[in-house]
Design a protein around this ligand. Structure first.
Ligand code: TYD
Ligand code: MG
Length: 457
């Protein structure tokens, strides 16, 4: 038999090399090359028993944190024997959120461990006191050694929840690279997740996010866990959004909204009121979008500012929306509605720092742009929603009823929305609301051209 060749595999991207390399040629990561041990002689495996899809499997037991915004994003609470990853920028409030959740679960009589590799016991105690949680029967430890954690937890019984803050500080002594490196994060994640599955507790890993928005460490960690939640928000604003991007036990389109106060994170039951709190009516370039985040309607203010271009190619700057979508909308406004915007700098902002991904926002963005271009304010009591196609047609969007209901709840009396398809029923929620149905974007632009003002030089 020929002697097996040594094989080195990059632990980040999987590139195979015949000798060890400091920096992977495939992905450019440092210190990710690891020798794979030669294959062992083959033994026959056991044969698998296949089963049908229908069966008597119970839904997995859920662990409620009592923080409704968190439980909803998780699809109804944490799942026993599963792992969730909570990512977010440093300082956004991950530790605060998880300390609050862990304390709440422990107060319900369950055993909860909080293991921090970032903060000392004193720091965590201080924070708990500030949050008024110091009476919660939470068990704290400060360590970075995964070996110590696994040895301890193997012997523990009846654990409900374990928080690891953060996975980037964890360290396994069998691996040479430093904490936070790709190989360490992957190996530590694997050990901890294996433990959660075998001991039956809900594991929550905290992860930091790099500048480009991905979780620091290997993407593979996102594949290993059952749920990935992103905690986001502007540090300049007090509210925070928890967004599920992966969930093996539920939907991923729910958001949780929190407000950072001096006593920790408070749940925001009515996000629309918060997002619209600083809105000033009767300003050209502002329109309210009746949006949907998951199953929840949310009202948001879209702001557009147009400025004469000082030469060179015009600027298009977007915060909270897709810039490709803006380019499309500007082209439609120009070609289909005769609105000249090609020599204007366009700034678009979703007030409050939330990011909109729904195409239904098209009509609100168009209203903000048209209003800015005509220097005519939108009616402060109106909401807008509808998708816009390339020929300028306004298309139906999902769940008009719940959007209208939310708008009505917040005191909006008029909605501009897509035309009903063939004698469809008037949306049920809209009693007493004026519904203005629009078939083409040009009809919307016309609404603003009623009282044109001369454009200032
Ligand atoms: P933290 O949870 O430590 O963030 P992360 O773990 O994501 O790095 O939150 C840190 C910030 O939150 C800090 O800048 C202060 C602020 N904060 C409050 O405003 N109120 C509070 O009650 C707490 C505990 C923190
Ligand atoms: Mg932290």
């Amino acid at each position: 038999m020929p002697k097996p060749q040594p094989k080195f595999v990059c632990q980040s991207c999987g590139t195979v090399t015949s000798k060890w390399v400091g920096r992977c040629e495939g992905c450019g990561e440092w210190n990710t090359s690891v020798e794979e041990t030669a294959e062992k002689p083959r033994k026959p495996g056991r044969s698998l028993a296949f089963v049908g899809l229908a069966g008597t499997t119970e839904p997995p037991p859920r662990l409620l944190s009592g923080i409704a915004e968190l439980d909803r994003v998780l699809g109804g609470g944490l799942v026993a024997a599963s792992a969730a990853l909570v990512g977010g920028d440093p300082g956004i409030g991950k530790s605060t959120l998880l300390l609050q959740a862990a304390a709440a679960v422990s107060k319900s009589g369950k055993r909860v461990l909080y293991i921090s590799g970032e903060e000392s016991i004193e720091q965590i105690r201080l924070r708990a006191r500030r949050l008024g949680l110091d009476a919660a029967p939470l068990e704290l430890a400060a360590t970075i050694s995964v070996r110590d954690i696994t040895s301890t937890l193997e012997a523990e019984r009846g654990l409900a929840m374990v928080v690891i803050d953060s996975i980037q500080t964890m360290w396994l002594d069998t691996i040479e690279s430093a904490p936070g490196s790709v190989t360490q994060v992957r190996a530590c994640g694997f050990e901890l997740i294996r433990l959660a599955k075998s001991r039956g507790f809900a594991l929550v890993l905290v992860g930091h996010v790099t500048k480009d928005g991905s979780l620091a460490g290997p993407r593979v960690l996102e594949h290993m866990v059952d749920a990935v939640l992103h905690f986001e928000g502007d540090r300049g604003h007090q509210f925070r959004i928890l967004r599920g991007t992966k969930n093996r036990f539920g939907a991923t389109d729910e958001i949780g909204v929190f407000e950072m106060t001096d006593r920790g994170l408070a749940e925001v039951a009515n996000p629309s009121a918060l997002f619209l709190a600083e809105r000033r009516g009767h300003i050209a370039g502002s329109a309210v979008f009746a949006g949907l985040e998951g199953t929840r309607p949310v009202l948001l203010e879209v702001q557009a500012l147009l400025a004469p271009n000082a030469g060179g190619s015009p600027r298009r700057s977007v915060v909270g929306w897709d810039s490709g979508r803006l380019a499309m909308l500007l082209a439609v406004l120009e070609t289909r509605c005769g609105l000249r915007l090609s020599n204007t700098d366009v700034f678009l902002n979703v007030a409050g720092g939330l990011r909109i991904t729904e195409p239904a926002a098209d009509l609100a963005v168009a209203a903000a742009l048209a209003s800015a271009a005509m220097e005519t304010p939108t009616d402060a009591g109106s909401v807008y929603f509808g998708e816009i196609g390339l020929s300028g047609e306004v298309r139906q969007v999902a769940q008009a009823d719940s959007r209208l209901k939310e708008a009505q709840k917040l005191g909006f009396a008029r909605a501009v929305l897509p035309r009903r398809i063939a004698r469809g029923a008037r949306p049920a929620a809209a009693d007493g609301m004026v519904l203005e149905e629009i078939g083409h974007l040009a009809d919307l632009v016309e609404q603003f051209s009623g009282k044109p003002k001369p454009k200032s030089p």
